[in-house]
Write a protein of this length. Structure first.
Length: 191
């Protein structure tokens, strides 16, 4: 493990401790695409019953999600591919929820490293929002990945793929009901 990676992982552990002590808010951000091509590696079915899913290519939902470890979620949807401008607008909107020093943990996606994105960092810090960039190639440190995985592999059901309207509605329901009907538990967190 490299020196930079070790330092970043130690710093992230410190951020977790500050969050648990209620000194800061800690959020994890990430983008994901939900496609009508189902992400089902396998499925169980009753003998003699078929599970039929009619995928519709080219229909997708792009989300930027901001997740707190205690099952709080704020998501922003885009009909287009997510770009730096969309992320900046989303984070600007998220700043209205910042009530105390808040750290947003994100990966090193090219959109997060763009000139437009970096030009906003000082403005966000003035509002109490600080960015923490994960070490490269460490999706296991970003809890947003857990929400994406659970939504795609557990919370979406075969019946949700029958129409794009139904599919979009179910995705909206899932992320609007994080912490109520859809939760991750502490044992799923890598802390």
């Amino acid at each position: 493990m490299g020196v930079e990676r070790e330092a970043k992982e130690r710093a992230l552990k410190s951020l977790w401790q500050l969050f648990k002590a209620d000194w800061i808010d800690l959020y994890f951000g990430d983008e994901s695409t939900f496609s009508m091509v189902p992400a089902l590696p396998y499925a169980w079915q009753q003998t003699g019953k078929k599970i039929e899913i009619f995928p519709q290519r080219d229909k997708k939902v792009n989300l930027f999600g901001i997740f707190r470890p205690d099952n709080v979620a704020i998501t922003y949807q885009s009909e287009e591919n997510i770009n730096a401008l969309f992320l900046v607008q989303s984070i600007n909107d998220f700043c209205q929820y910042v009530e105390k020093p808040t750290v947003l943990v994100i990966d090193n996606a090219p959109t997060h490293r763009s000139k437009l994105f970096f030009e906003q960092i000082e403005k966000w810090e003035e509002k109490g929002l600080y960015l923490f960039f994960l070490p490269k190639y460490s999706p296991h440190l970003n809890i947003a990945e857990i929400y994406w995985r659970k939504a795609k592999y557990e919370w979406l059901r075969p019946a949700d793929y029958f129409s794009f309207a139904r599919y979009k509605q179910k995705i909206k329901e899932i992320f609007n009901r994080i912490g109520i009907d859809y939760k991750i538990v502490s044992k799923e967190l890598n802390v």
